[in-house]
Design a protein around this ligand. Structure first.
Ligand SMILES: Cc1cc2nc3c(=O)[nH]c(=O)nc-3n(C[C@H](O)[C@H](O)[C@H](O)COP(=O)(O)OP(=O)(O)OC[C@H]3O[C@@H](n4cnc5c(N)ncnc54)[C@H](O)[C@@H]3O)c2cc1C
Length: 397
């Protein structure tokens, strides 16, 4: 370690905290700046592929994450009209045998808590809430962040400030993310209030023309998480409860009765406009690097946005340590190591969005036929590029 000034991480989400943990564990001083008054996560579920457990093993938190997780029996895509199974990928023992680690679902708050507790146990990590970053300065041998309070100096900046990253905006000046014309509503209900006849032990995606609905269990099957996603011309507007309810009723009017029963329980008060960006090759300039959604925001089709942020974080921690204080070199090596994999996630997620999840008419028949008769092994092989994990760059001798 050559520099005693802290590495500044902007954003205490899943990506920022994982980066802090990876870097702090190697003895580097780290300061995490988070705009909200408390370090926390939005209160909904998250799915994690087995690829991310390679990283959790490195960080020593696999067991803590598993304790909070459910391993669903399968990831299943159903037809939104007739309820038929389009594809079912078993995620039980044969999946775990193939990919070494399980596929899990858990509450985001629980994952965030595991990361937060692990960070608090590392003396070199300082967590600074209520600090909104507005911009930065990189003068070659140190950096400065401008915030809602005093400027903060450090050795380097890692921007983990999400989809609307202010650091990315200053670095690349390319405007807002690309809106895809879809919105999401999310809800968690107590499992004992669930009356609909649905698969409670699986992660399910109901696919329909211009819409989908995802659900899975959480917290030892005491909670049930639902996400409704659909195309609407009002994606960029704010409506009231009645507008949102009316749109949902119209959009899903021909869908399966079980879906309608779920949608009746949907909290329509809050909606998110779905966005991503085109992949880019370079995620850094000098002593500033982007991470997670700030670097490669993706549609959620593969449920891999947070998983990619976690892989970024562990990779970056290794390269910073290997470069022993040469941040510009470490940052260049980091995006060179990561961009092809994350770009593939972005492209494949767009493909799935447009050609699997939301198709109609003949395209729908083609999509269904493409899955017909595929063995579990064949399905696993299709996912191997992703779920076999990311090979961290080897330390140079
Ligand atoms: C509907 C939906 C479902 C999804 N499901 C999955 C899934 O199942 N699995 C999966 O892996 N991914 C999923 N994702 C993607 C995942 O949520 C994101 O990829 C992930 O949260 C990115 O983490 P991050 O740390 O990069 O950014 P964020 O989670 O956005 O965290 C950014 C942090 O920075 C803080 N911040 C922002 N700006 C500033 C600032 N100027 N100053 C200080 N702090 C700031 C924010 O408050 C926040 O804490 C889903 C996304 C959506 C929309």
């Amino acid at each position: 370690m050559t520099d005693s000034a802290p590495i500044l991480i902007v954003g205490g989400g899943i990506g920022g905290l994982t980066a802090a943990l990876g870097i702090g564990r190697k003895g580097w001083p780290v300061k995490v700046l988070e705009e909200t008054p408390e370090f926390g996560a939005i209160g909904y579920g998250i799915q994690l592929g087995p690829n991310v457990f390679h990283m959790f093993e490195r960080l020593g938190i696999s067991e803590a994450v598993l304790k909070k997780s459910i391993v669903p029996k399968a990831v299943t895509m159903l037809d939104s009209v007739d309820g038929g199974v389009i594809v079912r990928i078993p995620t039980g023992p044969s999946f775990e045998h193939r990919f070494k680690y399980p596929y899990v679902v858990l509450h985001r708050v629980d994952l965030h808590q595991v990361l937060l507790e692990a960070c608090k146990a590392v003396p070199t990590i300082q967590l600074v809430p209520t600090t909104k970053v507005h911009g930065f300065e990189d003068n070659g041998d140190k950096v400065r962040l401008f915030t809602n309070s005093n400027p903060i100096e450090g050795a380097a900046i890692i921007a983990a400030d999400g989809l609307r990253s202010v650091i990315r905006q200053q670095l690349l000046n390319e405007g807002q993310p690309r809106m895809v014309g879809y919105v999401a509503h999310r809800t968690i209900i107590p499992m004992d209030q669930l009356t609909a006849d649905v698969r409670r032990e699986e992660s399910v995606l109901w696919s329909g023309p211009g819409f989908h609905l995802v659900h899975y269990p959480l917290r030892n099957f005491t909670l049930f998480n639902m996400v409704a996603v659909f195309k609407t011309s009002t994606y960029a507007e704010r409506g009231d409860l009645a507008d949102y309810r009316g749109e949902i009723d119209r959009t899903y009017r021909d869908s399966h009765p079980a879906m309608k029963a779920l949608l009746a329980m949907m909290d329509v008060g809050r909606r998110w406009a779905i966005s991503d960006r085109d992949p880019i090759r370079h995620w850094s300039a000098g002593r500033v690097a982007l991470l997670g959604d700030a670097a490669h925001p993706t549609l959620q089709s593969l449920a891999q946005g947070a998983c990619m942020a976690i892989e970024d974080a562990v990779c970056l921690a290794d390269l910073i340590d290997q470069a022993a204080g040469d941040f510009p070199t470490a940052f260049r090596q980091y995006s060179a190591a990561r961009y092809v994999r994350t770009a593939r996630v972005q492209y494949e997620s767009r493909f799935m969005w447009d050609h699997l999840y939301h198709v109609d008419n003949i395209a729908r028949d083609v999509m269904r036929a493409s899955y017909a008769g595929k063995s579990d092994e064949e399905l696993y092989n299709c996912l191997a590029w992703l779920y076999d994990g990311f090979a961290l760059p080897k330390a140079r001798a």
